[in-house]
Design a protein around this ligand. Structure first.
Ligand code: SF4
Length: 144
């Protein structure tokens, strides 16, 4: 049976990004059309609105640019996204690079200056710890 992926909904083309936009990725969209990918947006699943104030991870917390601590909403959304992924038999994930929920390998450093540091987003970490194989749209190679 074909492998099942959980994917960032913004890569699928859903306008769920903090700024109301999306980041469509043709490889992810092909997987969706083939019935091999489940789109989720952990931040909207956590109850955050779109558009929303951008957030970054700083000192183990998720903080919005206006100073609001949004760690609880990010955590709730990641838990719900993981539950959906597991319920749908997903064993791998393709998640938006560098985002505070979905980033893997590196994220922004919490200063909102575009500075990258090694780290991972809240959902990416949870999914990795649950045993899913994690890709982003830049590292994923079709046929994996
Ligand atoms: Fe995309 Fe993930 Fe951010 Fe949602 S939480 S907009 S899926 S990067």
């Amino acid at each position: 049976m074909a492998r099942q992926y959980v994917v960032s909904a913004c890569l699928a083309g859903e306008p769920c990004r903090y700024d109301g936009g999306c980041s469509p990725c043709p490889a992810v969209q092909r997987l969706i059309r083939a019935g091999q990918a489940l789109p989720v947006c952990p931040e909207t699943l956590g109850g955050l609105p779109t558009p929303r104030v951008p957030s970054e991870i700083r000192g183990g917390r998720v903080v919005a640019k206006d100073g609001t601590d949004v760690t609880d909403a990010f955590t709730r959304g990641a838990e719900e996204a993981l539950r959906l992924a597991q319920e749908n038999g997903c064993t791998a994930a393709i998640l938006k690079a560098r985002a505070p929920s979905c980033g893997s390998g590196e994220i922004y450093d919490g200063t909102f200056t575009g500075t990258r540091v090694s780290g991972e987003g809240v959902f990416a970490r949870m999914a990795r710890e649950a045993g899913l194989e994690i890709w982003n749209e830049e590292t994923f190679t079709e046929g994996k």
